[in-house]
Design a protein around this ligand. Structure first.
Ligand code: MG
Length: 165
């Protein structure tokens, strides 16, 4: 029998390349910008980091296992579906999400005005209250590839508690 500790922590990280001709979707919210992120799905790195944090917390493989980027049927998939699946897998393992905390690192565009909408969207997908989703947006102080706006990345941590049955 596998161990079922009362709490579990998970961490996720994701990065996608900035490209022309794609929408910018972060945390399920489409943010007006003249560029977007490249990827097989909608390339929502924030949602991917959060989904991987949830899966990692229960010791499951990452989102690439559940949604392989070689599967043409999920081209441009809405990543809220990926996040929803991660939450479902987490519940199957007997755990609830207590809270998540995320950091988005983007030199451009300004994310701050969209934070409440992103918190609400992620909370809706996870059936949580927006106050359970922490989100900070920061720049990379023009350092490196993120600082040169070649990509946008995100980190996420989650805390789970064992369901009381
Ligand atoms: Mg990704």
């Amino acid at each position: 029998m596998s161990p079922t500790p009362p709490f579990r922590i998970g961490h996720g990280y994701d990065i996608h390349r900035v490209v022309e001709g794609r929408p910018l979707v972060l945390g399920g919210v489409t943010i007006p910008w003249d560029k977007g992120l490249d990827g097989h799905s909608d390339a929502d790195c924030l949602t991917h980091a959060l989904a991987d944090a949830i899966l990692g917390a229960v010791g499951l493989p990452d989102i690439g296992h559940f949604f392989p980027n070689t599967d043409p049927s999920i081209k441009n998939i809405n990543s809220q579906l990926i996040l929803s699946r991660a939450a479902q897998e987490c519940r199957k393992q007997g755990y609830n999400i207590l809270n998540a905390d995320c950091t988005l690192i983007a030199e451009q565009p300004k994310i701050a005005p969209w934070i409440p909408a992103i918190q609400q969207t992620l909370a809706d997908t996870l059936s949580l209250h927006p106050s359970q989703i922490g989100l900070k947006a920061t720049t990379n102080e023009k350092l490196g590839s993120i600082g040169a706006t070649e990509g946008i990345c995100a980190h996420a941590v989650v805390l789970l508690s064992k369901m009381v049955l």
